[in-house]
Design a protein around this ligand. Structure first.
Ligand SMILES: [Zn+2]
Length: 842
C-alpha cells in the first residue's frame, strides 16, 4: 500500500504542474501520441547536477521518438546561480529554477526529480562537493530516485572520470550515479527506503558524451568510438509540426533566469552515448537493445496490449471517443495486474486518455486564490461529457468532507452540470510552501523528514475534488486539485494554484540594515491578512543590547488580502554588533512569524513561499573619508545601495557621463561587477578614468572575467586576470602587508573582518602583475597554492588604482561587517589629509 501511495504522489505531480496555469486539453494528435506512449513500458533516467545542465535534445528524443518514460534527475535546484530576470537569489531562485525545469518538461515530455542536495555555489573538486553535500545523504537520494522511478537505462550528462577538471557538482552527479547503479538493487543498503518502494536494477548506464568533452570537433572525430552508439536526434514529428531539436530548444529556453532564451534549431544532428556498464550492447545501436519495453514485460500485459495496439493502429482522429469501450476494457484489466509500479503509471495514463477521448471537463474552482485552515470557501464544480458515451456521475468527494456527495446523474452529451459547495478547509491542512524549505537545512542539504517527499519537484497539493463516474458500466474516478480560475479584462482566462495561507503574515522590505553610527532608524513592518477581521498586535524580537520601540502596536485589518504598515524605531548599541530583528504578530489563536513571498513570472506558475520574517541588523564600527562616489554599473549588483546604507552619496554614472569634467566631483569611482565585460564604451572611457586617478582620485575595479574583456587596457600597468578563485568562504586569509595604509586607514583591518563571509572569498583574481602593484592579501582553497591577487593596489599619479576580486557584491547584501570596513578603506585611500574627520564611532 505504501508503495502505491508513493507512486501516486509522483504521478500527481505530473498532473498538477500541467494544471497550474491551465489544465491541458488534448487534441486528437496529442491523444494519439499518448496512446503510442501508453504502449511503451521502457524508461530512461537522465542525471546531472543543476537546472539547465540537461540535454533537452536527448530527453525530448527519448520521450517523443522512443516514447519512453523519461525523467531528468537534477541533484540540485540551482540556488547558487544568478538571476537575470528578477531580485530572487538563493532558495527563492531555487524555486524559480525548479519551476523552469517543470516548464521545460511540459514541453519536452519528460518528468522531473531532485535530491536534497543544495547548490551551494561553485566547487572545484568532487571531494569538496561530496563533503559539503554529505555524500551518504545524496547517494541515498539517487538510490531512492532509481528505486522509485525504476529506469531501464540511466544516462549521465557528465563524465565521472574528470575530478578536478570541471565543476565539482557535475563530476559528483556522474560519480553518484555510477555508485547508485548497483546499490539500488542491494536490499541491505538504505533499507529504510524499502518500507516505501522496492529494489531495482537498471540494465545499462551511459555517459552522454560529445565533442565538447574532447576539447574540439577534431579530437572527437579521432576518438575511439567502439564503446559509443549514436543516433540522429534531429527527427521531424509531423504530429507536432516540429522537429525534435526544435522541441528541445523550446524546452531549454524556459531557463530564462539563466539567460537561456535562444533560437530554435532544425535538421539532422548526431547524439553520442558512451556505454559505461550493465548488459553489453553486442553491436546493437539501441540503448534499449534486449530490453522488453512492451506490455509483455508485465504479467497479464499481453491481453491488455491485444486491446491497446489495435487502437494505435486504427486510431480514429475524427472521433477518438469511438475507442472508449476498448480503452475502458483495458483500464479494467489493468486494475487486476500484480505489478503495482506499472499499474499506477499506466492507470493514470489511460485515465487521462479516456478523459480526453470523452471530452470530459472536470473542474473544481474556488472563489478565491487562497484560504486559511478552518475557513470556509465557496467551490464551483463543473462536469461535462462531450461524447456520445453513456456516462454517469455517481458522486463527488471533496477533501475534508467525510462522505461523498451522491448525485446519480446521467451526463447527457454536451449538457453542462454545475454544482456549488461550501467547503470548510480542515484545521490540520498544512500551509502551501515548498516542502524542502520548511525546516532549516545545512549548507549542503535540505532537511526533509518525510521520505516520500524526497525528490518530488513540488509539495503535493492539499485539496482535491474526486469525481466518481461510471463509463460503460465501469466505475472510474478522476481526482483533480482545487484551482482558482478567474479572468482579467486585459489577459483573458487565468488559472492559479489554490493555496493555504496563515491568517496573518508580516514582512520587512529590506533584509539588511546597516547602522554606520548610533543613530536610530525607522523601519516599516507590513502586516498582511490571510483572512477577514484580523485583530491583534505586533511586537518585535531583537538582539540583546539593541532596542526597539514601541514595544507593541495594535493591528486591525478588516479584509483578507489587505495590508497595514507599522513603523518601529530601532536603536543600535554603541559598539559593533549584529543580529536579527523579526516581527511577531500575536492573534487570539497564536503567534505568527512568517513572511509570505510571492513569485510571479509569465513562464512559470504563480508561487507562494513562507519563510521566517526577519532582517539582519548590523552596527558597524566604521570610519570613512570622502563622500561622493561615482558608480559604473556592470552586470548588476547591489553595491551602490549598500554604500548608501553606510552614508555615502552614490551617483550612478552612464558611460556618456564619464567625462574629465564630470569625474572631478567624485572622491572615488567604483566599477560594478564585470563592467569591463559588458560595458562596451569603457574601451573609450578608460583614459578619462585613469586621468581621474592621476589627479588624485581612487578607482576601484571589482571582478571581471578573464575572457571577453572589452579592452585590454583596464589597468594603468600590466595586470593579467586569471581564473584563480577561492570558493571556500571560510578559507584563511593571510595579511601580506599589515602596515599598508589600505589595511589601516581609517579602519584597522584584522582577521575578525574576514569572519562570517558568505558563498566564496572571491573570483577571477589577477595572477600576474608588474612591480607597481602591491598585493595585500593571500588565500587559497584546500590543497591549492596560495593566491595573492584578491586585492592589489598601485599608485598612479596622485591617486590609487585598486583591483579586487573579493566578492564584496555577495558580502554586502549579507550584511558582513568586515567587508564594509575593508571597502570603506579602499574608498578612503590617500585621503588622510582630509580635515573633516568623519569618524563617527565612539
Ligand atoms: Zn551545471
Amino acid at each position: 500500500m505504501q508503495q502505491i501511495r508513493s507512486c501516486f504522489l509522483l504521478i500527481l505531480f505530473a498532473l498538477f504542474t500541467a494544471q497550474a496555469q491551465q489544465p491541458k486539453k488534448l487534441n486528437s494528435s496529442e491523444i494519439y501520441e499518448a496512446i503510442q506512449k501508453l504502449n511503451v513500458l521502457g524508461s530512461v533516467l537522465y542525471v546531472a547536477a543543476h537546472p539547465d545542465d540537461e540535454n533537452t535534445r536527448l530527453i525530448s528524443y527519448m520521450a517523443n521518438e522512443k516514447k519512453a518514460r523519461t525523467a531528468y534527475l537534477s541533484l540540485t535546484r540551482g540556488d547558487g546561480g544568478q538571476n537575470l530576470i528578477g531580485p530572487e537569489i538563493r532558495e527563492l531562485l531555487g524555486i524559480i529554477r525548479t519551476q523552469e525545469l517543470l516548464a521545460a518538461r511540459r514541453i519536452d515530455g519528460g518528468e522531473q526529480r531532485f535530491t536534497r542536495a543544495n547548490d551551494f555555489g561553485y566547487s572545484k573538486h568532487p571531494d569538496e562537493t561530496l563533503e559539503i553535500w554529505n555524500k551518504d545523504k545524496v547517494l541515498a537520494d539517487v538510490v531512492w530516485a532509481i528505486r522509485t522511478f525504476k529506469p531501464d537505462v540511466i544516462i549521465n550528462r557528465f563524465d565521472h572520470r574528470t575530478s578536478g577538471r570541471t565543476h565539482g557538482h557535475h563530476t559528483s552527479s556522474a560519480m553518484l550515479s555510477m555508485e547508485a547503479f548497483e546499490l539500488a538493487n542491494d536490499a541491505s543498503k538504505y533499507n529504510e527506503q524499502l518500507n516505501y518502494t522496492s529494489t531495482w536494477q537498471p540494465k545499462r548506464l551511459f555517459f552522454n558524451t560529445s565533442w565538447w568533452f574532447y576539447g574540439s570537433q577534431e579530437n572527437f572525430e579521432k576518438a575511439d568510438k567502439s564503446n559509443m552508439i549514436n543516433f540522429d536526434v534531429g527527427v521531424y514529428y509531423p504530429m507536432k509540426g516540429l522537429s525534435n531539436n526544435e522541441v528541445a530548444s523550446l524546452a531549454s529556453s524556459q531557463h530564462l533566469c539563466q539567460g537561456f532564451g535562444r533560437l530554435s534549431q532544425r535538421g539532422s544532428q548526431d547524439e553520442y552515448v558512451e556505454f559505461l556498464k550493465g548488459d553489453p550492447l553486442d553491436g546493437n545501436n539501441d540503448i534499449f537493445a534486449g530490453i522488453d519495453t512492451s506490455w509483455n514485460r508485465v504479467e497479464g500485459g499481453k491481453a491488455i496490449s491485444d486491446i491497446l495496439l489495435p487502437i494505435e493502429q486504427n486510431f480514429d482522429f475524427k472521433d477518438p471517443s469511438s475507442h472508449l469501450p476498448q480503452l475502458l476494457r483495458a483500464y479494467k484489466m489493468l486494475q487486476n495486474i500484480k505489478n503495482e509500479h506499472w499499474k499506477t503509471i499506466k492507470s493514470q495514463e489511460i485515465k487521462d486518455i479516456i478523459q480526453a477521448c470523452a471530452g470530459l471537463y472536470l473542474e473544481a474552482s474556488a472563489n478565491s486564490s487562497s484560504a486559511t485552515p478552518g475557513s470556509e470557501i465557496d467551490l464551483r464544480l463543473e462536469v461535462l461529457n462531450r461524447s456520445s458515451a453513456t456516462i454517469l456521475l455517481d458522486a463527488y468527494t471533496l477533501t475534508g468532507l467525510n462522505n461523498p456527495v451522491s448525485k446519480n446523474i446521467s451526463l447527457e452529451s454536451n449538457t453542462r452540470f454545475n454544482f456549488e459547495e461550501a467547503l470548510t478547509i480542515p484545521e490540520d491542512t498544512e500551509y502551501t510552501s515548498p516542502y524542502w524549505l520548511k525546516e532549516k537545512g545545512t549548507l549542503g542539504t535540505y532537511k526533509v523528514p518525510d521520505q516520500e517527499l524526497i525528490g518530488l519537484p513540488e509539495t503535493p497539493r492539499a485539496l482535491f475534488a474526486e469525481f466518481n463516474l461510471t463509463i460503460n458500466n465501469i466505475p472510474i474516478a478522476f481526482k483533480k486539485p482545487i484551482v482558482y480560475r478567474y479572468s482579467e479584462p486585459d489577459k483573458g482566462e487565468l488559472y492559479r494554484p489554490f493555496e493555504i495561507v496563515p491568517p496573518v503574515t508580516s514582512s520587512i522590505k529590506d533584509k539588511v540594515f546597516i547602522f554606520e553610527n548610533d543613530q536610530q532608524k525607522d523601519i516599516e513592518v507590513t502586516v498582511r491578512a490571510g483572512k477577514d477581521n484580523v485583530d491583534g498586535y505586533v511586537q518585535m524580537a531583537y538582539p540583546d543590547n539593541w532596542s526597539v520601540y514601541p514595544k507593541q502596536q495594535k493591528v486591525s485589518i478588516a479584509n483578507k488580502g489587505d495590508i497595514q504598515t507599522l513603523v518601529f524605531t530601532v536603536i543600535p548599541p554603541k559598539n559593533q554588533s549584529e543580529g536579527y530583528i523579526s516581527p511577531m504578530v500575536v492573534l487570539d489563536d497564536g503567534i505568527y512569524t512568517d513572511e509570505l513571498i510571492e513569485i510571479d513570472y509569465n513562464h512559470i506558475p504563480f508561487q507562494t513561499v513562507l519563510l521566517p520574517s526577519e532582517s539582519k541588523v548590523v552596527r558597524l564600527n566604521i570610519s570613512k573619508r570622502g563622500n561622493n562616489i561615482g558608480y559604473i554599473e556592470g552586470a548588476g549588483d547591489v553595491v551602490p545601495e549598500s554604500l548608501r546604507q553606510i552614508g555615502y552619496n552614490v551617483t550612478m554614472l552612464q558611460p556618456e557621463q564619464i567625462t574629465p569634467e564630470n569625474l572631478k566631483q567624485f572622491d572615488a569611482i567604483v566599477t560594478g561587477i564585470r563592467a569591463y565585460n559588458v560595458v562596451d564604451e569603457l574601451k573609450f572611457k578608460q583614459k578619462y578614468l585613469l586621468g581621474f586617478v592621476e589627479q588624485g582620485g581612487n578607482l576601484i575595479v571589482q571582478y571581471n572575467t578573464s575572457r571577453g574583456l572589452v579592452t585590454d587596457d583596464y589597468a594603468p600597468y600590466t595586470l593579467k586576470l586569471s581564473r584563480d578563485r577561492v570558493t571556500d568562504e571560510t578559507a584563511e586569509i593571510t595579511i601580506l602587508e599589515p602596515e599598508h595604509p589600505l589595511l589601516n586607514f581609517p579602519n584597522t583591518i584584522t582577521q575578525s573582518d574576514f569572519k562570517g563571509w558568505v558563498q566564496e572569498r572571491g573570483l577571477y583574481f589577477p595572477d600576474e602583475w608588474s612591480e607597481e602593484y602591491t598585493p595585500l592579501l593571500s588565500s587559497n582553497d584546500k590543497g591549492e597554492s596560495s593566491k595573492k591577487g584578491s586585492l592589489v593596489v598601485a599608485k598612479y599619479g596622485k591617486g590609487n588604482y585598486i583591483y579586487t576580486g573579493l566578492s564584496f557584491f555577495r558580502e554586502f547584501p549579507a550584511g558582513v561587517s568586515g567587508a564594509y570596513r575593508l571597502f570603506t578603506n579602499l574608498l578612503s585611500a590617500g585621503k588622510e589629509n582630509i580635515n573633516t574627520d568623519q569618524k563617527i564611532t565612539d
